[in-house]
Design a protein around this ligand. Structure first.
Ligand code: AMP
Ligand code: MG
Length: 350
């Protein structure tokens, strides 16, 4: 397939280019576009064949549902059976923004879009290019992250080009995204509402609107051990670089000490080692490929760098990544969720 890369300035949108991309959506094509969270791979959410093509292009399992993006709150009504009362204050407070809401789907949403479910995930993004694309197409746009299935989500067009060039019709390049992690997902079909995925909107922020919430038990992970994994990378992975990722969690001194020890051990076995450090610790490692994710006191920077950094290790040919855990508070909960998945839950507590 021929892929066109279109550059659009998000602060001064060229409407001719934007309308061209919107036409591709209307005709059932695939358009990768920026949102404030990560780049998405979009298609008409109401068109079964178009939605199916998203799964094909990504190599995504057909039971992994897509998020449907809208450009105004009143587009919600025809996509869901009914709007639960508690959803209204959520939309008021967090839309447009990085919050995805699960509701019962209406009949116009094909099950291809929802991975076979009777519920649908809906979000109104705040990125000006995403908003304009949805508005101009006049359609709800189904869009998962614009990466090959299993790979880190794309935070710049270069990542999308790397993964999907030749597999999609259009890639819109509008520079780096803002948040760098996917949206928070809350299931409003259950009582109390349940956090399914942590993201840019924190649990505390949600609780301010919803009161007590449940947390999907799957978020605590399948298997947390106190021993080095016997076979790194053998468990379920997502967001993963080619390298095996191991998370080291504990007090910062012990983390640094153990990463240095493990790095030496893996090097002696002939493995190329990478270390995911932070501004506070990057000086404490030498002889390995060290990348600082950012400042521990400004976790938003870590969030925005995380996926890019995971991809950088691939570029360096790193085989084992030893990553420092960060505090799993607020946006840190989302960071650790993605890191733990990238590691296939290979976590060493020290
Ligand atoms: P992605 O945009 O690639 O991060 O993928 C979208 C994610 O949204 C899926 O992997 C699910 O975790 C979640 N999701 C989408 N629709 C639903 C739904 N109806 N019920 C529960 N989770 C959903
Ligand atoms: Mg994804």
């Amino acid at each position: 397939m021929k892929t066109e890369v279109i550059t659009i300035d998000k602060d001064n949108i060229d409407m001719d280019k934007l309308k061209y991309a919107a036409d591709v959506i209307k005709q059932g094509g695939l358009v990768a576009f920026p949102t404030e969270t990560v780049y998405g791979l979009g298609a008409n959410a109401l068109n079964e064949a178009a939605a199916h093509n998203i799964y094909e292009a990504k190599g995504r399992p057909s039971d992994n549902p897509l998020i449907v993006h809208i450009s105004a709150p009143d587009e919600l009504r025809r996509l869901v059976k009914s709007i639960p009362a508690k959803v209204v204050p959520l939309m008021d407070r967090f839309w447009p923004g990085p919050l995805t809401i699960i509701m019962e789907k209406s009949d116009i949403i094909p099950k291809t879009t929802t991975g076979g479910l009777d519920t649908v995930a809906i979000r109104m993004p705040s990125h000006p290019v995403a908003m304009a694309l949805i508005r101009e197409s006049g359609l709800p746009i189904a869009a998962p992250s614009a990466n090959l299935s299993g790979k880190p989500s794309p935070t710049m067009a270069q990542h999308v080009i790397h993964d999907l060039y030749g597999r999609v019709d259009v890639i819109i390049d509008a520079g780096n995204v803002n948040i760098g992690l996917e949206s928070t997902i809350v299931d409003m079909t259950v009582n109390p509402p349940m956090l399914l995925r942590p993201g840019g909107i924190t649990l505390h922020q949600l609780e301010e609107v919803l009161g007590d919430m449940a947390i999907d038990p799957a978020l605590s992970g399948p298997n947390i051990s106190d021993k080095p994994p016997k076979a790194p990378g053998m468990k379920y992975k997502h967001y993963s670089p080619e390298a095996d990722v191991i998370i080291i969690e504990g007090s910062l001194d012990r983390v640094v000490e153990n990463i240095n020890r493990l790095a030496r051990e893996y090097s002696q076995k002939g493995k190329k080692v990478g270390i995911m450090a932070t501004e506070q610790t990057k000086q404490k490692y030498s002889g390995f490929t060290v990348i600082s994710m950012g400042d521990r006191n400004i976790p938003e920077t870590i969030a925005s760098n995380l996926f890019t950094d995971l991809r950088k290790f691939d570029e360096e040919g790193v085989e084992i990544v030893l990553a420092e855990a960060v505090d799993a508070e607020d946006i840190g909960l989302a960071i650790m969720n993605r890191m733990n998945k990238a590691a296939g839950y290979n976590i060493i507590k020290v």
